[in-house]
Ligand binder design. Structure first.
Ligand SMILES: Cc1cc2nc3c(=O)[nH]c(=O)nc-3n(C[C@H](O)[C@H](O)[C@H](O)COP(=O)(O)OP(=O)(O)OC[C@H]3O[C@@H](n4cnc5c(N)ncnc54)[C@H](O)[C@@H]3O)c2cc1C
Length: 423
């Protein structure tokens, strides 16, 4: 088979497209990314990047050293609290979290966190200069106007067009325009609305610093949850989540534009039954308040294979964050599509056949992860959500300890915790 050098468009510059772009750049394959926003959308949040998926994609893009520099394995620490009583069921904080001398494999074997902004920055830096066209909001993808078989044109909101792509990869997130070419199915409301609170300077608040520890706080109960995650820039993101109707944020009477009034009204009206420490965790995050209804695609979800088009990331498998896997599954897609394009460009495989084979694999692993997210949502928002989570973590640790003992190893401190949390 002759080498094929396809004309490739990636739509969106989120983690999925930028990771794919970095993999292609690493293999000297040209492409263009079209992004609606005028700059990187690096606002807030932290993502945990897992070894066999997100980390594997970064290695394939030649970005492992950059990841090691920015990742925070020390934030891979969980504290699980009963929502009403405030009882701490599980706490991985402790002196051993700073264990010195752990190998790189041990340090990154669990779920090291990285700020979303840092992940976007390192993947963007891995993309060929000038490959991202900013401010290009895709309106629709249509078959090539010159009627070249299986090629497509992109029409943008600014009235411009780019034509005759051999492959259009939709990495344009939850409300993907590219997805419309392969299915009529749209995401539906997940039943959960998340209210995000931000404290920009955690280190100046001793109580909060001590309460939240080094990583995540999780407190689950019937219809409600409180969570927080430390960000590498010294800030804290906290979340109050409720099982409420889709229009909650617009009909509940809270003015979300007023961060102080909305923060207090939300906690007082809807989290009155929550332990005072968990209420305080939210109330001490005074820098912003944002309500976000969460959407998801149905499970199982697949789409018809269409020559010249594919989907990656949330465009292909939007799910709630309650299994903490969305970005990892997205980067696994980048790896799969990247390998298909590399094989075609070397003449080892037909591009369309390789993409179709990848989509078949993706439908299997994305279903598993979407099901995990669905059951995470059900378990977390149940009366004994925290206990169930703490028991699962305890069982994981017991299994890791038993496995280590049968191999004649003694795992301690951070190395032990991380082994217990391997995928
Ligand atoms: C609160 C929260 C916490 C999360 N925590 C985790 C976690 O801990 N671990 C984890 O694995 N996952 C987590 N996720 C999920 C993760 O954030 C997503 O799965 C991931 O961002 C998907 O990346 P993406 O590139 O597919 O889409 P996105 O990040 O949504 O990026 C899509 C890009 O496409 C652009 N775009 C959209 N429409 C157009 C258009 N028409 N034209 C051009 N460009 C367009 C957007 O501007 C954006 O830049 C979390 C999600 C949420 C909401």
């Amino acid at each position: 088979m002759a080498p094929f050098h396809p004309k490739i468009a990636l739509v969106g510059a989120g983690p999925a497209s930028l990771t794919l772009g970095a993999i292609l750049t690493h293999n000297n394959i040209p492409f263009t990314i079209y992004e609606a926003s005028t700059t990187l959308r690096d606002e807030g949040g932290s993502l945990d990047i897992h070894p066999g998926t997100g980390q594997a994609a970064l290695k394939e893009a030649g970005l492992w050293p950059q990841f090691v520099k920015h990742a925070r394995p020390d934030a891979d620490v969980a504290k699980v609290i009963e929502l009403k009583t405030g009882e701490v069921f599980w706490d991985e904080n402790g002196p051993d979290k700073q264990e010195v001398g752990a190998s790189e494999d041990d340090q990154f074997a669990g779920r090291p966190e990285i700020d979303r902004g840092d992940l976007l920055k390192i993947t963007h830096e891995g993309v060929a200069e000038g490959a991202v066209k900013w401010g290009k909001k895709l309106e629709r993808v249509v078959p090539s106007a010159t009627q070249q078989p299986n090629k497509h044109d992109l029409h943008f909101a600014d009235g411009t067009q780019e034509t005759d792509f051999d492959l259009v990869v939709g990495g344009d997130g939850a409300w993907s325009k590219v997805r419309r070419l392969v299915t009529d199915i749209q995401p539906h409301y997940s039943g959960i609305t998340l209210v995000e609170f931000w404290n920009k300077d955690l280190r100046s608040n001793d109580w909060l610093l001590d309460y939240v520890g080094a990583g995540m706080v999780m407190a689950f109960g019937e219809g409600a949850a409180v969570m927080s995650i430390r960000i590498g820039d010294g800030s804290l993101r906290a979340y109050g989540c409720l099982r409420v109707p889709e229009d909650f944020s617009s009909t509940c009477g809270i003015d979300w534009n007023d961060k102080d009034v909305s923060r207090e009204a939300f906690v007082e009206r809807y989290l009155d039954h929550v332990h005072p420490d968990l209420q305080r965790l939210l109330l001490e995050c005074k820098d912003s308040t944002t309500a976000r209804p969460l959407y998801e695609l149905p499970v199982p979800f697949t789409f018809e294979h269409r020559k010249g088009v594919t989907l990656i990331g949330d465009a292909a498998h939007l799910m709630t964050p309650f299994a903490g896997v969305g970005v990892n599954v997205s980067m696994t897609d980048s790896l799969g599509v990247g390998r298909a394009i590399i094989a075609a460009s070397k003449g080892e495989k037909d591009l369309d056949e390789a993409i179709e084979a990848h989509e078949k694999d993706m439908f299997v692993y994305m279903r598993e992860n979407m099901e995990k997210s669905l059951s995470g949502k059900e378990n977390h928002f149940a009366e004994h959500g925290s206990k169930e989570m703490a028991d699962r973590m305890r069982d994981g640790h017991a299994a890791a300890r038993a496995a280590a003992e049968t191999q004649g190893k003694t795992l301690q401190g951070k190395a032990f915790k991380l082994s217990a949390r391997k995928e």
